[in-house]
Design a protein around this ligand. Structure first.
Ligand SMILES: *Cc1c(COP(=O)(O)O)cnc(C)c1O
Length: 501
């Protein structure tokens, strides 16, 4: 028997004008509280450990069978969640490569969630906004007319691109990779393994992509780097030749614009030339570094990026937008669509009505239901202008150079790699200390700096040496923040060194 129909029927909306008024008041308070949070970041710790009681509360909450109401649930957020994020909004957050977000981006995400349009495509203004943004990015990054789609992150952007590269190569070889995958079906001649290349400094997305696409981790060939952490082109040529001789099918070379460890950029023009000569797909991972292309001063570092067959980049790192927002551009729109488009009766396009124009964005990737990520980028670029974004990118590079100068000028500090862009690796290194002691000291120094709440750098290991790694995509950072962080590293460095030696 069917349940009886409620009367009046229920909804998640406030049900009466009075309930709307109450909700409106709460909603305004949420906006005000969050703006206060953003306006007072400097007074907050860069990060703080959660108290035990907060941890327990958040980890062991019973399933809320009946609701406590929006005001009470929001109060729990204010008390237990708001004070304990990972710190990436803070002016002295330099860990990993995260972005800060912006107040306008936050409000745009609210507008996007409020409007809640379905961005598979459809005959609607938001679809034009998304396409406009993609066109702008294609024009700005030297790939006018490229096909594109917004995705969750650089990982997904580059993974989709590798999928397109594999499809394009397979099609040229008369292999139907969409129908047969990479399996050896009976009646088919077994496929030669497909392999692709990137430097050993390529971000970990490449391994995930190789594994997830069924190619296997070994299909991602790690090319050694030179002392400046860029791809060794002679080694690339030798590896491709050896793989071809062994019967493998090379299909793509990944160049990185701005590596995650040191900010080095491969010689993208050289890779483009190589790919053209060898008939290989040229993908660029420009997760953060692609935005350096927008600056005339920095463009030479990533020159050749505009020759890519595909380009993956984030707008939630150096683009400063709230998570998540990234983009993949594919120069040839036909091959992009041919890789992914999958018609279905319930999605059939029409020439009129709501689905007129079809589902172009669903046809350029894996996702069907997609949110309105483009809005925050579109509104922010319109509000602030690309020129301001360029100035902020340059500002971060100038701050990193300032940090490099301070590190080099101090006898107890050591720069562990060139810092050409916005990433810098350093360590506390008084003369005469052993490598193993320095590794232990710097590991501990990093944790103490983080736990002090003063600043959040992160770490990496370069040629066996533990590095305190500073990645600056922070639009809130001032020069004094660099000084404060460095003073903390020196203070804790001396403290830990005295304790350990
Ligand atoms: C961050 C990063 C990625 C991954 O991007 P996500 O947005 O975190 O998925 C890929 N490559 C490089 C060079 C990165 O810095």
């Amino acid at each position: 028997m069917m349940a009886p129909l409620n009367s009046p029927e229920e909804t998640f909306d406030p049900a009466t004008p009075e309930e709307w008024a109450v909700f409106r008041t709460l909603a305004h308070r949420m906006v005000d509280d969050m703006l206060t949070h953003l306006a007072t970041l400097r007074e907050q710790p860069a990060w703080q450990e959660m108290p035990k009681q907060v941890r327990t509360t958040l980890a062991n909450e019973p399933i809320p069978r009946s609701g406590m109401g929006a005001a009470a649930a929001y109060q729990d957020f204010v008390q237990n969640v708001l004070p304990y994020p990972d710190g990436n909004l803070h002016p002295r957050f330099f860990g990993w490569v995260k972005g800060n977000g912006t107040p306008l981006g936050m409000m745009a995400d609210m507008l996007a969630a409020g409007l809640n349009p379905h961005l598979a495509g459809f005959n609607q203004a938001p679809a034009l906004v998304e396409q406009q943004l993609i066109n702008w990015m294609g024009d700005l990054l030297g790939m006018p007319g490229a096909s594109g789609v917004l995705v969750t992150g650089g990982t997904m952007a580059s993974t989709l691109a590798i999928g397109v590269a594999r499809f394009a190569t397979a099609r040229n070889l008369g292999i139907d990779v969409r129908e047969n995958g990479v399996q050896s079906w009976s009646g088919h001649k077994p496929q030669n393994p497909f392999v692709f290349y990137g430097s050993s400094e390529t971000h970990g997305w490449a391994r995930k992509a190789a594994e997830f696409m069924g190619l296997g981790n070994r299909a991602f060939r790690r090319v050694p780097v030179l002392s400046d952490y860029t791809m060794n082109m002679d080694a690339l040529a030798a590896m491709v030749a050896a793989d071809r001789a062994a019967g493998l099918t090379p299909f793509c070379v990944v160049g990185t614009a701005g590596t995650v460890n040191t900010g080095a950029s491969d010689d993208l023009n050289a890779i483009a030339d190589f790919c053209r000569a060898e008939k290989l797909w040229f993908h660029v991972d420009g997760a953060f570094g692609a935005l350096a292309y927008l600056s005339e001063q920095l463009r030479p570092q990533v020159a050749g990026l505009e020759r890519a067959d595909s380009l993956g980049f984030d707008l939630h790192k150096w683009g400063c937008l709230p998570f998540e927002c990234a983009c993949v551009l594919v120069r040839d729109p036909e091959v992009h669509k041919a890789t992914f488009a999958a018609p279905a009766s319930y999605l059939a396009p029409a020439t009129r009505g709501v689905i007129a124009g079809g589902l172009p964005f669903a046809d350029r990737g894996i996702d069907l239901t997609r949110g309105f990520k483009a809005l925050k980028a579109w509104i922010s670029l319109k509000a602030d202008g690309v020129d301001k974004l360029v100035r902020l990118v340059e500002q971060n590079v100038a701050q990193t150079q300032y940090l490099a100068e301070r590190v080099q000028a101090h006898s107890d500090l050591e720069l562990l790699a060139p810092a050409p862009l916005n990433i810098l690796c350093l360590r506390y290194a008084p003369a005469g200390a052993s490598e193993s002691l320095l590794n232990a000291v710097n590991d501990e120094v990093l944790l103490r700096v983080q736990e002090s709440g003063i600043a959040v750098p992160s770490s990496t290991v370069l040629e066996g040496r533990f590095a305190i790694r500073v990645a600056n995509v922070n639009h809130r950072t001032r020069r004094e923040d660099i000084d404060i962080m460095l003073d903390a590293i020196l203070r804790f460095g001396k403290q830990v060194f005295d304790e350990m030696s």
